[in-house]
Design a protein around this ligand. Sequence first.
Ligand SMILES: Cc1cc2nc3c(=O)[nH]c(=O)nc-3n(C[C@H](O)[C@H](O)[C@H](O)COP(=O)(O)OP(=O)(O)OC[C@H]3O[C@@H](n4cnc5c(N)ncnc54)[C@H](O)[C@@H]3O)c2cc1C
Length: 334
Amino acid sequence: MMTLPPFEFLAPSSINEAVQLLHRHQANAKILAGGTDLIPSMKNKLFEPSYVISINRIDELKSIHFDALNGLRLGALVTITDVGHHPAVTENYPVLASAARKIATPLLQNKGTIGGNILLDTRCFYYNQSKFWRTALNGCMKKEGDVCRVAPSGHRCYAISSCDTVPVLYALNASVRLVSASGERVVPLREFYQNDGMNFHTMKPDEILVEVVIPPQPQGFRGGYMKLRRREAIDYPMLGVAVGLVMDEKGICKDVSIVLGAVFSCPFEVLQARDILIGKKITGKEIEEASQIAQDVAKPMDLTNFRPGYRKRMVKVFTKRLLESLAQGKELAD
Ligand SMILES: Cc1cc2nc3c(=O)[nH]c(=O)nc-3n(C[C@H](O)[C@H](O)[C@H](O)COP(=O)(O)OP(=O)(O)OC[C@H]3O[C@@H](n4cnc5c(N)ncnc54)[C@H](O)[C@@H]3O)c2cc1C
C-alpha cells in the first residue's frame, strides 16, 4: 500500500494567515489545493514536506468574477468543473472551458483547481513512479539522482509541462496574482514559466497563487484547443495545441498566438508563425507554412506515451486543423 509520509497539517482561514505560515516554513511546506496531484506525489515520495498548508478554508480564493471592461478573474481554488461549466467562462472564453473539460475525469475535475493546474508539476516516465521503482534505477536528476534518464548527456531536466488549461491561458494573455508576506505581484503567464523541468516556474517558495486574471479578448477573437491522448478520459496531454486568432471584418489576420503544451517543460509559443499569418488573408498556403513551422520547432523527447516522432507530426496536424477552422470563423469548443 502507498502511504503518505508524516507531516503536520495546517488549515489557515485567510490569505494573510496562509502567507505567514508559508513565510515561516518556506520550502519545508507545500500548499494543498484539490490535492489531485500533490497527494499521489506525496505517496510516491516525490514530495515529503514537513507541513501541508491546506488553503481550502479560504473562501475568497473560490470566487469567479467577470465584467466586460476588466475580463475574468478566477480565484486559485475555482474547480476545473467550474472552469468548464460556469457561464462566465463558457460564454466569454469558450476555449478555456473546453480545455478544462478535457482534463482527467469528472471526479478529478470536481476536486482539482485552476491554481493547481497552473502549478502542476512537470511529468516524465522516470520521475512519476514509486520510490522503489525510481531508486532501483538510482533516481533521476529531478529526484534522488544526478542524471537525466531521458537525455543522459544533457544538462537539465526535460520533464514536460502537462497542464491542459495553460496553453490556452497563454493564448488568452492571462496573468497570475501572487501574494507573499512581503507584498503581491501580478505576472503575465508568458513570464511565469521557464523551460527547465526542475524549475519550471518563477514563483518564490513563500508565494501563494491567489488569482488568475484573463483580459477581455479583442473584437474578432476566436480560440481553439486540441489535445492528444490515448484514451478520451483520464490521460494527461501527450500534446496540446492552443490557437488564439484575431481576424478583422475584411478577413485579415490581426493577431495570432499558437501555443504548444506537453512538448517542452513549459508552454511554448510558436512566434515564427506570427510573421507568416499577421496582416494576411489566411489561405491554405499560409496555414501549411505556419503549421509546418510549428512542427519544425517542436522537439518532443521520449518521456511519455506515444513516440516523439508521432507527437511531433501531430503538432502540424493539430495546428492545421485549428487554423483552418478558426479562419472560417468556427470556435473549436466541444
Ligand atoms: C489520474 C489523473 C489524471 C489527470 N489528468 C490530467 C489531465 O488530463 N490534464 C491536466 O491538466 N491535469 C491532469 N491531472 C492533474 C490534476 O488533476 C490537475 O492538474 C488539477 O488541476 C491539479 O489541481 P489540484 O488543485 O488538485 O492541485 P494540487 O494537487 O493541490 O496542487 C498541485 C501543485 O500546485 C501547488 N499549489 C496548488 N495551488 C496552489 C496555490 N494556490 N498557491 C501555491 N501553490 C499551489 C501544490 O503545492 C502542488 O505543488 C490528472 C491527475 C490525475 C491523478
